[in-house]
Design a binder for this molecule. Sequence first.
Ligand code: AMP
Length: 410
Amino acid sequence: MTFKDLGLIEPILRAVTEKGYISPTPIQEQSIPILLKKKDLLGCAQTGTGKTAAFTIPILQHLATEKQTSQRRQIKSLIVTPTRELALQIEDNIKEYGKYTSLKSTVIFGGVNQNPQVNRLRQGIDILVATPGRLLDLINQGFISLSQIEYFVLDEADQMLDMGFIHDIKKIIAKLPKERQSLFFSATMAKPIVDLSNQILGHPEKVTIKPEQTTADKVTQSLYMVSNEDKIKLLVELIAARNAKSVLVFSRTKHGANKVVKLLEREEINAAAIHGNKTQAARVKALNSFKDASIKVLVATDIAARGIDVSELELVVNYDLPNIPETYVHRIGRTGRAKASGEAVSFCSAEERSWLRAIQKLIKTDIPLVQDHPYHDTSPEEAPPKQGGGGGRRQGGGGKRPQRSSKPRR
Ligand code: AMP
């Protein structure tokens, strides 16, 4: 199957070829034909599957081939996504896939001055990528009208609910025209998510891409038993031994992420942290420095890292194991993206072993154990760190995050 077989128009085919994509990923192969027929779609897939192209390309194609009905550009497509990082990445992709069309897009999110965003909106745009809060703000101030929306996408619905955006989403849906094409994506499909999808979609076609299919196969995984105190030494040695140029390190907590950066810098390894307590400017700066390789190591919490799209990411290190097993699959999916294969290394301390068991149960494999290193820790298992207090808080903006009960696998 090629992109041409999917019936894409020449300007989009040219842009996709320039991106170096040879064939569509499974979610693209399955979703693009459905979306080109203007059907609603319920997609169970996470980032790393090529999901963004799967929904942005058909929208671009529809808009590029539609007749302009009014003189002024009006917002015809709205993509709502939970985080600024994801919003920026989606808009980047739209600009890339749409570079040979005359369509205009922009992105809006909170935490920054609204004026530049309002100015761009005033110039007229076809596609708007937005986070929920700022979108509602600008609608209420009269800068945005959703009355002409023909294509609506709700991305990362499960994360939206985890972050407490449900009321915002409902307000946004209420403002959309009834006649529209709707797309709904979520990595998991627990009941509240299915309920929400029923409110948005008509009679959708369903596409499910299992995480195992997208990540674990292509990623070389390994496990190191190591005490919390020795983790930093092991990390420094691994980075040196691999001579890695871009390493994404996951920390369970914001405080932990800052600490790892400090310790790496002490070893003269350029690093930056990205998490919810950093300002938007600091996050964008860290991400850009990582992308252009001026820093070698990015230390991230799960929420901040979700959707980070860095091609050529060589190594993902789980400095702390996640307490939610699905998060492991999300994390290692940051490497071994559509193009390349990658490596994911996990550190496990005596108190993280119960989480390790949960992860191995989910991925249905034992992660190969590396014992041949100076920090191999044979001490007996300990109780897991407490959640909810001090530095051990879950990310996700406060409230207790529900354990995901429905697993994205058979
Ligand atoms: P996404 O799931 O949208 O975050 O995409 C994951 C990564 O795969 C991004 O780096 C995309 O640029 C890349 N990608 C998307 N589609 C393809 C494709 N058909 N071939 C190769 N790479 C792709």
